[in-house]
Design a protein around this ligand. Structure first.
Ligand code: CAA
Length: 287
């Protein structure tokens, strides 16, 4: 297989819609699958709104937006992905759901050489690989939020992943204009292995009354030139997602630094999930 022309994306939330957008903007025929018709429509609206914002900001012309949209189709039937050469699954970070999706894709996809990539940030890639009949062609492909902006993709070959799958996945990431780093198949990979304890430390600093969120964020933005401080960033990632990643890292390594602090758990229980719920460490009126 040379370059990928027919991509499937499963899940059209924050990550899935970003991946689909980037791929369609790079000329690929992209078919997006969501669980229901309504979810597919919501995904289509999210993606269209993002392209419209791109036009408003002068990033692409109306004609380029229309051509991008014409390369995207939506379905709520995984069977419609049968002719895809490469599929990225970006469904909810739930082990049962992801396993079920990857198994169904393995059955649905006709091309025996097609690659099934998972955008998981916390489930061992090998667990998903062995749920299929093609463990050599399952790999982790971890994108970063917002996908159209962040240049990195972590490549996570499982113990079962073939060298050919890894090479083709690296080529595909480059086709999308991304840079790759190779990460081990262990909880947190490379980036979250460093980022999550930092974010949790910021939450603990608020929890202990040590400093206010605004001061912590300004400290890191102005003192260390980070584009956003840790509490704005955890709001962007989603507190529930950050908690899930922290839990998987804590389960794997039993390192106290990875344990989600009580304040994070309470905020997640209260539904204060960050940007996506309108409230986290900050309030958002513009979601
Ligand atoms: N889609 C497309 N483009 C977007 C965008 C989006 N959703 N959001 C922002 N942009 C673009 C804007 O068009 C703008 O481009 P130009 O500068 O060329 O005009 C640029 O990004 C900056 O945007 P803004 O001016 O609106 O806002 P900003 O300067 O405050 O940047 C940000 C926003 C890009 C989110 C920046 O603050 C940032 O990079 N923050 C760090 C994000 C980060 O660390 N992400 C990784 C999270 S970890 C993860 O995702 C993995 C995991 O498993 C948890």
């Amino acid at each position: 297989m040379d370059s990928v022309t027919r991509l499937g994306v499963v899940g059209c939330g924050l990550m899935g819609s970003g991946i689909a957008e980037v791929a369609a903007r790079n000329g690929l025929d992209v078919r997006v699958a969501e669980a229901t018709h309504d979810a597919a429509e919501t995904g289509r609206r999210r993606l269209t709104a993002s392209l419209d914002r791109g036009v408003e900001r002068g990033k692409l012309t109306e004609e380029q937006r229309d051509h991008t949209l014409a390369r995207l189709t939506f379905t709520h039937d995984l069977g419609d992905l049968a002719d895809r050469q490469f599929i990225v699954e970006a469904v909810a970070e739930n082990r049962e759901v992801k396993t079920e999706v990857i198994r169904a894709l393995d059955k649905a996809v006709e091309d025996p050489f097609a690659i099934l990539a998972t955008n998981t940030s916390s489930i061992p890639v090998v667990d998903l690989a062995v749920a299929t009949q093609r463990p050599g062609q399952v790999i982790g492909m971890h994108f970063f939020n917002p996908v159209p902006v962040q240049r990195l993709v972590e490549l996570i070959p499982a113990l079962t992943t073939s060298a050919d799958t890894e090479r083709r996945t690296r080529d595909f990431a480059e086709q999308l204009g991304k840079r790759t780093v190779r990460a081990p198949d262990r909880a947190g990979f490379v980036v979250n292995g460093l980022l999550i304890p930092y974010l949790l430390s910021a939450v603990r600093m608020v929890e202990s009354g040590g400093a206010r969120p605004e001061d912590i964020d300004q400290g890191m933005e102005l003192g260390c030139a980070h584009p956003m401080g840790p509490l704005r960033l955890i709001d962007l990632i989603g507190l529930d997602t950050a908690q899930a990643i922290a839990e998987s890292m804590h389960e794997e390594f039993k390192e106290p630094l990875y344990a989600p602090p009580a304040l994070l758990r309470r905020m997640v229980t209260a539904g204060h999930l960050g940007r996506k719920s309108g409230r986290g460490f900050y309030m958002y009126g513009d979601r």
